[in-house]
Design a protein around this ligand. Structure first.
Ligand code: NI
Length: 174
């Protein structure tokens, strides 16, 4: 396996629009998908990846903001992490940035998100975990969870969020 093809609109829209299924088995197959996602994300230059974006319609996301440049006053970014069957149990505050998406090339949408989250999920080994995140990682988590429900950034644009074609500025896309 290795680096996987990123599914994009319009060609893969039907697949990307599916609601992804819960993960029920934490065996070698899941580990293999996770390894492939770990290889794929940096190649694609992204900061988050949901399994449906690489052809697996399961509730698995990878968040990797570790390479994002931060200002000195900003908190250190967490190392890459996977969430299986993630559920947001608390969301507070407001945050917005121009979000891109590997599955929607060339488009940015300013989406209102929560700035601070508590998330319950499983780890890759099936263990139960609960974590807090805020700022950029929290935004990326919300973006990737949208993918698990078949929701894309263009849907937010259709609801009135400001959107534009990507210009010369080339930053990371979840
Ligand atoms: Ni995306």
């Amino acid at each position: 396996m290795g680096v996987l093809r990123i599914h994009t609109v319009p060609g893969d829209e039907a697949f990307l629009r599916q609601r992804a299924g819960e993960v029920t088995e934490f065996g070698e197959k899941l580990q293999a998908i996770a390894r492939d996602m770990t290889e794929t994300l940096p190649m694609a230059g992204g900061i988050g990846l949901a399994a449906p974006q690489v052809g697996h319609s399961i509730r698995l996301v990878l968040i990797d903001v570790s390479q994002v440049e931060r200002k000195p006053e900003e908190p250190e970014m967490p190392p890459p992490f996977f969430l299986v069957n993630p559920v947001i149990v608390q969301a507070v505050g407001e945050a917005m940035m121009a979000e891109g998406c590997l599955s929607v090339p060339g488009v940015r949408v300013e989406i209102p998100r929560k700035s601070s989250l508590r998330v319950q999920a499983r780890g890759l080994d099936g263990s139960h975990l609960e974590l807090s995140c805020e700022g950029l990682p929290a935004i990326v988590v919300q973006h990737e969870l949208d993918h698990l429900d078949g929701r894309l950034i263009v849907d937010w644009a259709a609801q009135g969020c400001r959107s534009y074609r990507e210009g010369e500025e080339k930053s990371s896309s979840p």
